[in-house]
Design a protein around this ligand. Structure first.
Ligand code: PMV
Length: 374
């Protein structure tokens, strides 16, 4: 693969082979992901301050269709779900503007996006990861089509990861089956700050069957947007140590995933989750996103583990708790979740998901699935 993932596309883009064609639509469905080693804090250029590692989800997906017109008078990305002021449009616009600098042909077309999530809003599932990765795939597929360029599946995911990062950092990890690593680290070859890589090759097969039950403690939108959260790491008194710790945690998590060492994964994932929240609490101003039920659920997850159940928790930047467990023990852990943890959730809401196999291109836009259980 080339050093600059977009160089081949750009080469064709400036060679002038582009000629307007018939209008068409492209649809992709892309999953969200949950970080086990967290990305929190960035360098300029939308680059991460630390490496991160995530598990790609299966059912929590965004389906996006982009309708392309060559003959409309106004050019550019004009609407999302028919709305020119859709709240998700600025992130998509950022990605579109960045990509169209390298691929000028994108400036000569009109785009309308239609997008829907398979999961309910404000449940602690990152819709920007699934939404931006789906949109990046649509834009690159559109570019290839109008430039008569064929890319292999791996090349497309690689480029989409590179581009998705511009709209939302964590989105660049959603392009791969199983697990993905984003951010340069000496403990894994091929890593980069500019795109994520698949870690499927060195993950034990049993780890590809992990489940993630998302316990909705609060359905309210989180009070700390991630852009603000990343910024709060600038000048943070603990940040230089956090950078060292994230590297060590990544190495530990990768070893646990390849050795199928569930206990080691529990330990590192829970330390990561608590560190993320500790960093937020100790920033200036400090932010407390956990609710009393978040803390109660964490205690009960640990009690369950003491009593022999294989499960651990992780948290995103919010109050909701992700409970992870192996497929082989799913019946007993899910019984514990339903009987003991679910009563602490808002309206008893739990979303059962698991490790997934990455994005798919659709011939027909599919209806969203329902992975919501109450
Ligand atoms: O991708 P962003 O800018 O929304 O940041 C994501 C940050 C966390 O979700 C808290 C952690 C992560 O690595 O996904």
């Amino acid at each position: 693969m080339s050093v600059s993932p977009l160089s081949r596309l750009k080469e064709v883009a400036v060679s002038g082979r582009y000629s307007p064609k018939e209008n068409f639509s492209i649809s992709w469905q892309s999953p969200s992901n949950i970080a086990l080693v967290k990305y929190w804090g960035k360098k300029s250029g939308q680059l991460p301050a630390t490496p991160s590692l995530s598990m790609t989800l299966d059912k929590a997906r965004t389906t996006t269709r982009v309708d392309v017109a060559f003959d409309a008078p106004r050019k550019g990305l004009l609407s999302v779900n028919g709305d020119p002021d859709h709240p998700f449009l600025p992130k998509m616009q950022m990605l579109f503007d960045w990509l169209s600098c390298g691929i000028p042909a994108l400036n000569g077309i009109t785009l309308h996006a239609v997008t829907s999530n398979s999961f309910p809003h404000s449940t602690g599932i990152a819709s920007s990861a699934s939404g931006i990765s789906a949109f990046a795939l649509c834009l690159l597929t559109i570019s290839c089509r109008i430039l008569n360029l064929e890319l292999s599946g791996d090349e497309l995911m690689h480029m989409a990861s590179y581009a998705a990062r511009i709209g939302s950092g964590s989105a660049c990890r959603s392009l791969f089956a199983g697990y993905a690593v984003w951010g340069e680290t000496s403990c894994l070859s091929g890593t980069s700050d500019e795109f994520a890589i698949s870690s499927a090759a060195f993950v034990h097969p049993d780890m590809l069957t992990l489940h993630d039950a998302i316990l909705v403690i609060s359905g309210k939108p989180k009070s700390l947007p991630s852009t603000q959260g990343h910024q709060s790491m600038e000048g943070h008194p603990f940040f230089s140590n956090r950078i060292i710790q994230a590297g060590q945690h990544l190495e530990e998590a990768l070893r646990a995933l390849s050795a199928n060492d569930f206990e080691k994964l529990c330990s590192v994932a829970e330390r990561e989750a608590l560190t993320l929240h500790a960093l937020m609490m100790s920033a200036n101003p400090g932010t407390l996103l956990m609710k009393p039920s978040t803390v109660e659920v964490i205690g009960l997850v640990r009690d369950g583990r003491k009593n022999g159940l294989p499960l651990f928790f992780t948290l995103d930047a919010g109050a909701n708790v992700h409970v992870m467990y192996p497929d082989a023990s799913s019946a007993e852990v899910e019984k514990y979740i339903s009987e003991v943890l679910k009563p602490l959730c808002e309206d008893g809401r739990v979303i059962f998901d698991r490790c997934g196999s990455g994005p798919v291109m659709l011939n027909e836009p599919m209806p969203s699935h329902d992975c919501f259980s109450s």
